[in-house]
Design a protein. Structure first.
Length: 67
């Protein structure tokens, strides 16, 4: 089951694709949604910047900032 934030990002990406026809941003947001499932959970590096999923999210955020 998707988290609320993951579901919101999927909905947002669909609106962007439909309303603005922006496949690039659509794909970036989908990638972000699928990555956020594992981010920020307790465990090794938990909420820190060294957690694998958090690193991926940081890279995706940089991609978005370049748009």
């Amino acid at each position: 089951m998707a988290s609320y934030i993951e579901h919101s990002l999927v909905v947002l990406s669909s609106v962007i694709k439909r309303k603005y026809n922006d496949d690039n941003l659509y794909n970036i947001i989908r990638k972000l949604a699928s990555t956020c499932t594992d981010a920020g959970f307790p465990g090794e590096d938990g909420f820190g910047g060294n957690h694998k999923s958090n690193k991926v999210i940081a890279e995706i955020t940089k991609e978005i900032e370049k748009l």
